[in-house]
Design a protein around this ligand. Structure first.
Ligand code: DX5
Ligand code: ZN
Length: 221
């Protein structure tokens, strides 16, 4: 399995101390920054635009992992590719069907960005299994998307196991990321199920950035 990557979600950053927190993040052992884009439509919350991504990219040396929770992923993916995203993950629920999902993955890759597909807790991954080679990452939501600080839904790990089995069987490079309710305990369950990329928002920003990132990294199996 791949080396475990920690992607702190800046949804939980303390914006009254932005530069201080970005510096701490940059100096921590987290290699990715998870950047949640919400449109107030696909999810009942609103967040960040491309200019903030550009600014953060200047402030830190991290992989920009952009999770777009929007109804128009086609247009939004283009905007964030131009703004410097390294990974763009859109939602399967936001596209018409699997064909449209694959088309968008290809388009994202053609823009020089890694393509990710996310599913909400109640959405199956079965439709994706035959097409994993088109995806650099699959993001399993372990809470309903929209807000930080919710409790981890353990039953979503079944999808991680199914994906891990298929990825190993086919010798693919696709990463499995999990997002929602990750802390020092739930991270262990996720890694044991086959996750190689952990998103964590409130856990990292409420407990000291460097220390919590290291605690999550210690869950590597
Ligand atoms: C929720 C976002 C998450 C969120 C996770 O819709 O996609 O990235 O920041 O926050 P925690 O880790 O606090 O559950
Ligand atoms: Zn997210």
């Amino acid at each position: 399995m791949k080396e475990l990557v920690i992607a702190p979600s800046i949804l939980s950053l303390d914006y009254s101390r932005t530069s201080e927190q970005l510096k701490e993040l940059d100096e921590s052992n987290a290699k990715w920054m998870h950047f949640d884009v919400m449109d107030g439509h696909f999810v009942p919350n609103l967040t960040f635009g491309p200019d903030l991504l550009k600014g953060f990219k200047k402030a830190v040396d991290m992989v920009m992992d952009v999770h777009i929770m929007v109804d128009n992923p086609d247009m939004v993916a283009e905007i964030f590719a131009k703004a410097g995203a390294d990974v763009i993950t859109f939602h399967l629920e936001a596209v018409k069907d699997v064909d449209a999902c694959i088309q968008l993955c290809r388009k994202i890759r053609e823009m020089g960005v890694q393509a990710g597909v996310s599913v909400k807790p109640k959405t199956s991954v079965d439709a994706l299994l035959a097409h994993l080679k088109e995806m650099d990452l699959v993001l399993i939501m372990s809470v309903e998307p929209g807000f930080g600080g919710q409790s981890f839904m353990e039953d979503t790990l079944e999808k991680v196991r199914i994906l891990r089995e298929r990825i190993e069987k086919e010798g693919l490079n696709t990463r499995i990321e999990i997002d929602g309710g990750i802390n020092g305990e739930t991270a262990k369950l996720a890694v044991a199920a086959g996750v190689d990329t952990l998103v964590a928002g409130s856990y990292v920003f409420k407990n000291g950035i460097a220390e919590s990132v290291d605690k999550l990294l210690a869950c590597q199996r």
